[in-house]
Design a protein around this ligand. Sequence first.
Ligand code: ZN
Length: 166
Amino acid sequence: MITGDHEKLSDFLYRFIVYMDNLSRFMSYVDKKEDGCWVWIGGTDVKGYGIFWYKGKTQFAHRVSLLLHNRVKELNPEKQVLHSCKSKGCVNPDHLSEGTREENSADKIRDGTVLRGSKCHFSKLTWDKVDEIRQSSQTVREIAQMYKVADTTIRLIIKGKTWITD
Ligand SMILES: [Zn+2]
């Protein structure tokens, strides 16, 4: 074996050991429930999302979970992480996926996390339209007719009960 191979091997081993160390530390904060959810028992932020010390800083546990379980290649704070289960404390990579703000809202609405009922009205709206609605000086009735949705839908959007960002 030539020296170059030794260096490559020790570099690989080093990264592997660091990875295994992070993974075992991560899993020590996970409580696997019977329903399949992995409840985070480590530290959380003020909103209740799990946090984990990773690569020299505090990161969201659900993001690190996707990375450590090879679901994503890197941590990408630009993207939101979507939960397919209803538990925001869950870090099971099978219950998580990366997505955009719009996909995330669609998920929440579909699952009824935001609002039960009147689900069918939401598919007609997009974030652009929601921003327009919030800035509009027209009456609720006028806006509702313009976008062909129920008055209630518009009222909830204006009051900030639906289409909420984290
Ligand atoms: Zn879950």
